[in-house]
Design a protein around this ligand. Sequence first.
Ligand code: CMP
Length: 517
Amino acid sequence: MSTFDSLVEDLTRDVHRVQPKDALQFCANWFQSRLEEQRTRMRDSFSHRPSLVTGSIPTDHYLDNPLSPTSGPDTYPIFKPTQGRMSASGDSPFGTLNVPGNALLQDASRSTPIPRGSTPYQMEGPDMYFQSPSPTEPPNPFASFANGAISPNPGDYLHPPSSTIFARRTSVSAESIHVDSDVDEPLPRFEKTPEQLRRIRASIASNFIFRDLDEEQEQGVLMAMQEIHVGSNDVVIRQGDVGEYFYVVEQGLLHCYIRPEPVFNFNGQQHSNSPEKFLAPGYHPEYGKKVAECKEGSSFGELALMYGHPRAATVMAIQPSTLWSLDRITFRTIILKAAHRRRTMYEQFLTSVPLLTSLGPEERSKIADALVSRVYSDGEAVVRQGEMGDTFFFVEDGEAIVTKRFEDDNGQVREFKAGHLRKGDYFGELSLLHMEPRAATVSALVREDPTISRLKVAALDAHAFTRLLGPLGRSWNGMANHTNKLFSLDCITNSQSVACLASSCFLYSHQSLGRCV
Ligand SMILES: Nc1ncnc2c1ncn2[C@@H]1O[C@@H]2COP(=O)(O)O[C@H]2[C@H]1O
């Protein structure tokens, strides 16, 4: 697939997911963020080559222009987290961004913090809320490239988040965050009781947004969170607003609504939406169509924080609910750092995988973003023979055993060890390639040697596998055909030792010929 085709495919998926009210603006932002991501990668690869670092990187690879908000009228009262119940306040949504380390508050031309109470101008219509840099100018989606302002900290980039978080979407740079440095401006901290900490931990336990955090990062997140209680019908987020907080639901129920796109006639006049539509089930008279429910353990409000877009939906409490809010700066700083660390770790790992040697750094980077780590206890099965497969795996750490069952001539089921997988080996592609049940069982090695780590695999779902490992299609087929011709193989592993079964006999070869699971 060409780069263009794969970009369009990614964009189409994101548009379907977000269903933006202003599709053109969304696409413009999307492409801009992709461009930034690509520039960031280039900058990264330059910075890993010392000879190129000084003086020879094109200036635009260093540009990361902070947004330049201009004072304007507030459009909404907004609910802001307080240390107790949520309160309605007429303050600017930018007011609470006035925390240490927020580069968004640095107006590039003045280099002074934007005062509390100012907000970007918003063009307001019955169904439209566009951000504009000035009350008199239309929004310029490419402003950060057009004005050419140089960041006060060259090379100070906000890395795009892992695209595995939120289906391979990338971020728009709103704050400059040093993802590589350990020294950060202090993030907000709110003291908590052990009971509160326990409740937050329970609420985020199964939330994938927090999966990449190490202990210290998790601690930072826990301390920065604030408890909020909302009553029925309280609006927590309004579509079109600037995003300030991300929320985790501890208990309760909230609904997300999206207002319909405005419809224009040929004269450019807006049709009023038919009132009957809003009386239909699933519609809120003011906030539009219900698109999602947020229950215990789920979260919302991440999109605007990640991509610098206005809020994509209105979120309203249906029942009294307890939420934990996380401010935008902590969210971006910690979550992005974790994503960056994770990407770097996987990129390094993938360079050691022989199968991927033909791929370029950018392709490896995409795979790195799509991988999800899973850990298995000794003897636990990762895939089972006979089950349909929807995932492909690399062995990230530890070791795995491949076993195969078969019926002997007497009709008895027998099992034999068909392979031993180690770091860098892979399995699970056959059933994805041929849409067949798993040809063998792969389980975590039962360790007798205490120096061997627990089995950790990096998993790639079927969709990502097809998209990202598509370029290897010929190699897969080549391998499969080759091995089938040679041995009528049911099973060969990727290790240097290759075990295979042909007509109930074990052949043992020392070549890496093909695959089994
Ligand atoms: N279909 C949807 N489209 C957009 N946002 C959604 C949807 N379903 C749930 N949401 C959540 O609603 C939130 C509104 O604020 P954000 O745009 O920051 O992030 C959004 C998502 O977390």
